[in-house]
Design a protein around this ligand. Structure first.
Ligand code: NAD
Length: 442
């Protein structure tokens, strides 16, 4: 059993901490945000992630997981220190490493004896070397440590399953002693033969960016194909299926729609682009993926304008938005397509009311004057048009006759292709989706 200190209790830190405790380790979690630690100590979870409350409770009850405001004591008692703080985007697109470096400085000052410092935040290549330098510079004589780059691949909304049953674990290290400890941390995954990739530190850092940029490129690729499908009269759903059955391509991340958002793909693609520029390596595909993605919210609004008979018709229109989180099963609205679509609609003079099963509060923090409805159908009352932005399951089973009865102009834009043109036509709704219902005819 390994004693682990988890620094940062956000989506990644809290899930990783609870799951590492579930592996049998003893985990103490620390965050600079005292209010968050208070919430956690009361047994509440500060964000929405399916199954997390139960997992945290179970491990607290077993005495394997706790929360602390005492960093000194926590550093003293743990063999492994995991950094899982945010690395948001700087205005120039590079990764803001100030949180990571500040953690490095505070660990360094408190170090005594030997520790393994595990870097889980997504950081540009070379960052772990700088963390090592900073810790060494701050550390008192006699302190000793090794660095491990252990990027995280969990997805919000299915984070626990992703952590407990990952496709792979990447461990970048240059010390056998650190690797031995990491094997203890992830022991159940070694036992069930999860692929564990031991790499050098720089390759581990790069794997995370390369993987995210590749997935983002897949989404942007199918979105561009969808645009062409509309012009030539092909159906992107059928095209994606035909592509995805090829095992070299795979069916995942081939869903056309309003584009990718969230706390990772937008910032990680930009950080990779910046890294490429810094090192003189062209990242043309990544640049194109970002550019294609930025068009998608504008395309959603253009679709509504086309249904309404012109852009000028958006002025004064009451629009219902279903779904605010960047994807279903999370309350995260960072870089969510819904917020971009709302801003674009408002700029054209439309009035917006929105509903999301869990992300309303977070959206209101980002857009304080956003009108929120209490439920799906309340959101539609008195609305001219509906834009479905996030494919929550409860929106997949909308009663379309009821929708048609509520919408004054009976216009629906489906940004995730969760309905079919035939079903919508049957309900008497004018419908637009992505990559289907082309102009060219059959
Ligand atoms: P988050 O914003 O949800 O959480 C970060 C936490 O770090 C916050 O609670 C914050 O208070 C805390 N923090 C900041 N500075 C601190 C300090 N000096 N000491 C202690 N705590 C501090 O971020 P997140 O979504 O969990 O992402 C964390 C990292 O993991 C990022 O690098 C991200 O790119 C990466 N990542 C995120 C996901 C995801 O789906 N969210 C998936 C894989 C990797």
């Amino acid at each position: 059993m390994t004693h682990i200190l988890m620094i940062g209790t956000g989506y990644v830190g809290l899930v990783s901490g609870a799951c590492m405790a579930d592996f049998g380790n003893t985990v103490v979690c620390y965050d600079i945000d005292k209010a968050k630690l208070d919430t956690l100590s009361r047994g509440e979870i500060p964000f929405y992630e399916p199954g997390l409350a139960e997992l945290v409770q179970r491990n607290r009850d077993a005495g394997r997981l706790r929360f602390t405001t005492e960093l000194d004591a926590a550093v003293a008692e743990c063999q492994v220190i995991v950094i899982a703080v945010g690395t948001p985007e700087n205005p120039d697109g590079s990764a803001d490493l100030s949180f990571v470096f500040s953690v490095a400085d505070s660990i360094g000052q408190r170090l005594d004896g030997y520790r393994v410092i595990v870097q889980k935040s997504t950081v540009p290549v070379g960052t772990n070397r700088e963390i090592r330098r900073r810790i060494a510079a701050a550390a008192p004589p006699g302190a000793d440590f090794d660095m491990v780059a252990n990027p995280e691949f969990l997805r919000e909304g299915s984070a626990i399953g992703d952590f407990l049953r990952p496709n792979r674990v990447v461990i970048g290290a240059d010390s056998e002693r650190a690797l031995r400890l990491m094997r203890e941390v992830y022991r159940p995954l070694y036992l069930n033969e999860t692929p564990v990739l031991s790499t050098d530190i720089r390759s581990a850092e790069m794997i995370k960016y390369a993987a995210n940029a590749f997935l983002a490129a897949k989404i942007s690729f199918i979105n561009e194909v969808a645009e062409l499908c509309e012009e030539v009269g092909a159906d992107v759903q059928v095209v994606a299926r035909g592509m995805g059955l090829d095992q070299r391509i795979g069916a995942k991340f081939l869903h056309a729609g309003a584009g990718f958002g969230g706390s990772c793909f937008p910032k990680d693609t930009k950080a990779l682009l910046t890294m490429g520029k810094q090192h003189g390596a062209p990242m043309g595909l990544v640049a194109a993926s970002i550019e294609a993605n930025e068009r998608q919210p504008r395309r959603a609004v253009a679709k509504l304008a086309a249904l309404a008979g012109g852009e000028d018709k958006l002025a004064g229109m009451q629009v219902a938005i279903l779904g605010l989180s960047f994807k279903p099963n999370t309350d995260d609205v960072r870089e969510a397509a819904a917020l971009k679509i709302i801003a674009l609609l408002r700029a054209k003079g439309a009035r917006v009311r929105a509903f999301d099963p869990v992300a309303g509060e977070n959206a209101k923090r980002a857009l304080p004057d956003l009108e929120l409805a209490a439920g799906t159908y309340e959101c539609l009352e008195g609305a001219d048009a509906l834009v479905i932005v996030t494919e929550w399951n409860e929106f997949r089973v909308l009663d379309l006759d009821r929708v048609a009865g509520l919408l004054t102009q009976k216009l629906v834009v489906d940004c995730r292709n969760i309905f079919t043109p035939a079903l919508m036509a049957e309900a008497g709704l004018a419908y637009a989706s992505f990559g289907r219902g082309g102009k060219a005819g059959a």
